[in-house]
Design a protein around this ligand. Structure first.
Ligand SMILES: NC(=O)c1ccc[n+]([C@@H]2O[C@H](COP(=O)([O-])OP(=O)(O)OC[C@H]3O[C@@H](n4cnc5c(N)ncnc54)[C@H](OP(=O)(O)O)[C@@H]3O)[C@@H](O)[C@H]2O)c1
Length: 252
């Protein structure tokens, strides 16, 4: 065995994964994909949609879902405990829940700035801290995947606070990967714009402009993001501390 092979101890793939914001959009697609791959999934959002409830009904032994506001740390803690009682110890986390923005910085109320930062940056950092502490205490060598955005790497008007939170999560991804010293793999996936409730605020002119700026000539599809999230959670890999962009090269 080579020196490298002995030094790199692969972190075992995830089997019980917590997905925040799993009720619709990309989060619901991630929950569906992980269940299809045979994993156990705990998922929350402020509202459990009929689609998420249907998935839970279809896989009662492999799901735990509930209404939780990610900014309510006590509620998140109680949810994680109940999820572990039902599914077993957590060994993966996907920080997907977030709120969007559609306001110029000078017109964004202080309360809205605070809400965007609390939901998209403070809360995922808290949830990550909670999950990592539990995984370390239980001797799990887990995986963290942060859903960020190309907005962290390229400027978009109307998304100043949102972009700042996503850039913050990209930076946290790198530092946490270093801090955990290989006991867990920590990565981010940064999608380009895709159709969802969050991006519904974009007008046709903006969408046409994004498509024109994209070498592959199309908006990102959630289906194109799923294999990357699954790979980072499930595959034996040495990818760590990276932000993987899925945007058809719109941001280069
Ligand atoms: N759409 C895009 O173009 C795009 C591009 C790049 C990156 N992203 C990122 O991709 C991820 C998913 O976005 P999406 O477009 O699928 O958005 P979406 O359709 O608006 O879904 C957001 C999810 O997060 C949940 N959520 C929001 N606030 C929450 C809170 N306080 N507590 C708990 N759950 C909360 C929502 O449920 P409730 O509202 O019921 O709580 C929902 O399940 C986000 O991280 C987003 O920043 C999106």
């Amino acid at each position: 065995m080579s020196d490298l092979a002995t030094r790199v101890r692969p972190v075992p793939p995830s089997t019980v994964v917590l997905v925040s914001g799993g009720s619709r959009g990309l989060g619901l697609a991630i929950v569906t994909d992980l269940l299809d791959a045979g994993l156990k999934v705990a998922a929350f959002a402020r509202t459990v949609t009929p689609e998420l409830a249907k998935l839970a009904d279809a896989h009662p032994e492999r799901t735990h879902v509930g209404p939780v506001d990610v900014t309510d740390l006590a509620a998140a803690q109680a949810f994680v405990r109940a999820a572990e009682d039902r599914l077993g110890p957590l060994d993966g986390l996907v920080n997907n829940a977030a709120v969007g923005q559609d306001s110029l910085h000078v017109h964004t109320a202080a309360a809205d700035l605070a809400r965007i930062i609390e939901t998209n940056l403070t809360a995922p950092l808290q949830l990550t801290r909670l999950a990592v502490r539990r995984m370390l205490a239980q001797g799990r060598r887990g995986r963290i995947v942060n859903v960020t955005s190309i907005c962290a790497q390229r400027g978009f008007p109307g998304l100043v606070a949102y972009s700042a939170t996503k850039g913050g999560m990209d930076a946290a991804t790198r530092s946490l990967a270093r801090e955990l010293g290989g006991r867990m793999l920590v990565n981010a996936v940064a999608p380009g714009f895709f159709a969802s409730e969050m991006s519904a605020v974009l007008g046709q002119t903006q969408l046409d402009q994004i498509v024109r700026r994209t070498p592959t000539g199309q908006l990102t599809e959630p289906a194109e993001v799923l294999p990357v999230v699954r790979m980072l959670l499930c595959d034996q890999t040495n990818i760590n501390g990276q932000v993987i962009v899925v945007d058809g090269a719109a941001s280069i």
